[in-house]
Design a protein around this ligand. Structure first.
Ligand code: ADP
Ligand code: MG
Length: 677
C-alpha cells in the first residue's frame, strides 16, 4: 500500500526513516512524490574531449559482466568493462553491490563519474541502462537535510518506484489528459525521478503542474460553493432609506467604482448566502468610505459590525474618522491591545449586551472573551496581514456573518485567482476626481542635502513630510536604532522652527497617539518613521514622502507608502532614496517614477520578485506547489481554473465515475472535510 510507512521498504531502516521524516517523508507515497528540486544534465562527449579528473558522461556496451569484491567492513567495489568508441574502458562503482544483477554483458549503459585519462577508467556515481535518446543524461537532484545523501535518497526512490509504481492510480479523467496531451500519472512519476530525456521530463512536469493547479482550483471553487450554500438565513435587511440619507450626508459623491462595489456588497448582504468578498482598490480609492457605508447598513439591519485592522495606529485612525462619519447614529468602540483591565471589561460586556453597534480594533478583537450579541458583518482590512487562522476566528464570532476583506495592495490577477480563488472580488479601479498625480523622483543618497532643502521650502509653505527609515527585516531593534539616528540627524540639520516627530513600533501607545495627533494638527512638520505608517494613515496636509533605502521595498509597498501623500488637493511628491546595485533594482526604481497605477505596479512587482515576496514572507496565504509555478505556468493555471469551474458547476465530481479519485482527494482535504462535516 502506498500509505505504508517508509521503513517497510527494503533498505530503509529505523535510522534512515527518521532522517526521511526530517524532510517530511513518512510514507511510500510521500517518497514517490518527493520530487527533485533540480536536474543536472550530463552531455555525452567523444573520448578525446574528456578531461582528466573531470565529471564526465560516456555511453557504451558492457563487454564483461561485473565482478564484485568486498573489502573492509561492508564495502564493495564493482568493476566491469565497457566498450566506447571501440576502446575498452574500465568502470568502477563503489558500495553499490546491488547493481551487479542489473548490469549484464551486452547491455548498453550510460555512465557518469570521474574520468581517469591515464587508466582509461571511470569511477561511477551515476549510471543508467540504455542510451539516452539525446546526447545527454539527466540526473535528479533532491533537496536534502541532515545526513541523507542524494545518492541514497535517489536509490530508495528508485526502489520505491520499482516496487510500488504500479499502485499509483490515475486521478485525472482521460478526457483532460488527451486534450492537453499529458502523460499518465504513472509514467509521469517515473519521468520526474528518472527522466529519459528532456522532452519526457518536460511533459512530466506539465502533467503535474496541471494536476496541482486543477486540484487547487477544484478545492477553491468547491469551498466557495460550500460556503455559499451552507449558510441560509443570514440575509441582512438593511434600511435603505436611512442608508441613502447617510450616503447623501457624506462630504463627497461616491465614484462610479465605489457605487459598483457598494452595490455588489449590499446585494451579498441582502442575499441569504454568506458573503466572502475581497474589496481591492488602490490607496486612497475610497475603500474605507465604502466600508463605513456597509457597516452602517449592517447597523440599520440591527446587526453588529466589526472592523479588524493590523495596527493600533490604524485602528485609532479608523475609530476617529468613523466616529465622525457616524455621529450620534451608532455606538462605536475601539478595542486594541492597550485597552486593558476595567475599561476592557466594560467594553466587552457592552459588546455582549448589544449596547455596541460597531467595534473597531486590532487582534484584540479576536480574544476569547470578546463575544458578540449578534455579529452580522465583519471587515478585515489589509487582510494579508492576518493569518488564515485569525481571520477564521473573527468570522466564527458571529453566526454566518458576512465577511468583507479589504486590501490596498492591488493584487495581480494571477495571484488573485490562486490566493483568493474561494472569494468573490470587487475592485475599485477609479480614484476620486481632482486628485493630482504624485510626482515621484529617484535619487541617490549623495543628493540628500538637496532633498532636505526641498522639504524645508515646502514646510515653510505650510506643508508636511514623512521620512521613512531604512527597512531592516530581521531586526526590530535595528529598525528603531536607524529611526532614532535619522531623527537626530534631521534635528541637527534643521533649525528648531521645524518640528520633527519620531514614530516606531516600540513606542508606548499613548506616545504614538500623541505624536500622530501632533502630526495631524501640523504641530509636527516632519514625521520620521519606521514602516509602521505603511497602511492607512491619513493626513491630507502631508505632501512629501521620502523613503530611505527604497530598493529594499517591494514596488507595491513603495506604492502604499507613496499613497500616504496626495490625499489633499495640493501637489505631492515622493522621493525615493536608493542606490540599487543591480539592473533589476534600477529598473524597479525607474518603474516607480513612471507608473502611478497600483495594478500595473503590482504586476511588475510580481514579475520581478515572485509570488513569495509579493505579500511579504510571513503569512502570504499562498499555496505551495511542488512543481507548478504560478507566474511561469500562468496559462496552465487559467486552463485549470476553467476546467475546475466546469467540473464544479456541472456537478461532475459526483455524477461521473471518472472523477471519483479527485472527489476522494478533495473530501480528504482538511479545509473541505471540516466544512462537509
Ligand atoms: P482607502 O481606504 O481606499 O485608502 P479612503 O476611503 O480612506 O481610501 O479615502 C481616501 C480619502 O478620500 C479620504 O479622505 C476620503 O474621505 C476621501 N474620499 C473617499 N471617497 C471619495 C469620493 N468619492 N470623492 C472624494 N473624496 C473621497
Ligand atoms: Mg483604507
Amino acid at each position: 500500500m502506498l500509505d505504508a510507512p517508509v521503513h517497510t521498504l527494503t533498505g530503509v531502516g529505523e535510522k534512515f526513516s527518521e532522517e526521511l521524516e526530517a524532510i517530511n517523508i513518512y510514507t511510500i507515497d510521500d517518497l514517490l512524490f518527493y520530487f527533485p528540486s533540480r536536474y543536472d544534465t550530463y552531455e555525452i562527449k567523444p573520448l578525446r574531449e574528456l578531461i582528466h579528473d573531470d565529471q564526465v558522461t560516456i555511453a557504451g556496451k558492457v563487454i564483461h559482466a561485473p565482478s564484485l569484491q568486498f573489502y573492509g567492513k561492508r564495502k564493495s567495489r564493482l568493476t566491469f568493462m565497457v566498450e566506447v568508441e571501440k576502446v575498452a574502458i574500465k568502470a568502477v562503482m563503489f558500495n553499490r553491490s546491488f547493481a551487479k544483477k542489473h548490469i549484464n554483458q551486452g547491455d548498453t549503459v550510460t555512465l557518469s563519474g570521474k574520468w581517469d585519462m591515464n587508466r582509461l577508467q571511470i569511477t561511477i556515481n551515476y549510471y543508467r541502462k540504455g542510451l539516452p535518446k539525446s546526447d545527454e543524461a539527466i540526473q535528479s537532484v533532491y533537496s536534502l537535510k541532515g545526513k541523507i545523501t542524494n545518492k541514497r535518497l535517489r536509490k530508495v526512490i528508485q526502489t520505491a518506484l520499482q516496487q510500488y509504481v504500479d499502485q499509483v492510480k490515475e486521478i485525472i479523467p482521460t478526457h483532460y489528459l488527451q486534450a492537453y496531451k499529458l502523460p499518465n500519472r504513472k509514467s509521469a512519476l517515473k519521468s520526474m525521478h528518472m527522466p529519459e530525456n528532456k522532452r519526457m521530463l518536460k511533459h512530466a512536469r506539465r502533467r503535474f503542474t496541471y494536476e496541482e493547479f486543477l486540484i487547487f482550483q477544484l478545492k477553491m471553487q468547491l469551498l466557495r460553493k460550500i460556503n455559499r450554500e451552507a449558510s441560509t438565513g443570514n440575509a441582512h435587511y438593511y434600511d435603505e432609506k436611512r442608508l441613502n440619507v447617510f450616503i447623501q450626508r457624506l462630504p463627497f459623491t461616491l465614484t462610479n467604482a465605489q457605487k459598483n462595489a457598494l452595490e455588489q456588497i449590499l446585494d451579498d448582504m441582502i442575499s441569504p448566502l454568506r458573503m466572502n468578498r475581497l474589496l481591492q482598490g488602490d490607496v486612497g480609492s475610497g475603500k474605507t468610505a465604502v466600508a463605513a457605508i456597509c457597516l452602517y447598513a449592517a447597523v440599520t439591519a440591527k446587526k453588529q459590525g466589526a472592523l479588524m485592522v493590523p495596527t493600533e495606529i490604524l485602528a485609532e485612525q479608523h475609530f476617529h474618522s468613523l466616529t465622525e462619519t457616524f455621529g450620534e447614529s451608532t455606538n462605536i468602540v475601539l478595542l486594541t491591545g492597550s485597552i486593558k483591565g476595567k475599561k476592557r471589561k466594560e467594553i466587552v460586556t457592552a459588546i455582549k449586551n448589544h449596547e455596541i453597534d460597531i467595534v473597531i480594533g486590532t487582534h484584540a478583537l479576536i480574544q476569547d472573551d470578546v463575544i458578540f450579541a449578534d455579529l452580522g458583518f465583519v471587515i478585515v482590512d489589509e487582510q494579508h496581514r492576518f493569518g488564515v487562522e485569525q481571520r477564521r476566528v473573527l468570522r466564527n464570532k458571529g453566526l454566518y456573518p458576512d465577511v468583507l476583506f479589504m486590501t490596498a495592495t492591488p493584487i495581480p490577477r494571477t495571484l488573485a485567482i490562486t490566493a483568493f480563488g474561494d472569494m468573490d472580488v470587487s475592485v475599485i479601479d477609479e480614484m476620486p476626481s481632482g486628485r493630482k498625480k504624485i510626482e515621484t523622483y529617484w535619487t541617490k543618497e549623495n543628493t540628500l542635502e538637496r532633498v532636505l532643502e526641498f522639504i524645508k521650502r515646502q514646510i515653510l509653505q505650510g506643508e508636511q513630510a514623512y521620512v521613512v527609515c531604512p527597512l531592516i527585516e530581521e531586526s526590530d531593534k535595528m529598525d528603531i536604532q536607524n529611526a532614532v539616528e535619522l531623527y537626530e540627524k534631521l534635528q541637527a540639520y534643521y533649525s528648531s522652527t521645524i518640528k520633527i516627530g519620531l514614530m516606531h513600533g516600540r513606542l508606548p501607545t499613548a506616545e504614538k497617539e500623541r505624536i500622530m495627533e501632533q502630526f495631524m494638527h501640523n504641530e509636527v512638520h516632519i514625521l520620521v518613521s519606521t514602516t509602521v505608517i505603511e497602511v492607512g494613515v491619513n493626513v491630507p496636509n502631508a505632501t512629501i514622502m521620502v523613503v530611505y533605502d527604497a530598493e529594499r521595498f517591494g514596488l507595491s509597498q513603495l506604492h502604499q507608502l507613496r499613497g500616504r501623500v496626495g490625499r489633499g488637493n495640493k501637489q505631492s511628491y515622493c522621493i525615493l532614496i536608493a542606490d540599487p546595485k543591480g539592473e533589476i533594482g534600477k529598473e524597479r526604481m525607474k518603474i516607480m517614477t513612471e507608473t502611478a497605477n497600483g495594478f500595473e505596479l503590482a504586476e511588475q512587482d510580481l514579475q520581478l520578485r515572485g509570488p513569495g515576496d509579493f505579500f511579504g514572507k510571513k503569512q502570504s496565504g499562498l499555496p505551495e506547489f511542488k512543481v507548478a509555478d504560478m507566474i511561469h505556468d500562468y496559462r496552465a493555471l487559467e486552463v485549470a481554473r476553467k476546467d475546475a469551474e466546469e467540473i464544479i458547476s456541472n456537478n461532475l465530481l459526483e455524477a461521473n465515475e471518472e472523477f471519483i479519485p479527485l472527489l476522494n482527494l478533495l473530501r480528504n482535504d482538511p479545509a473541505i472535510f471540516e466544512k462537509l462535516d
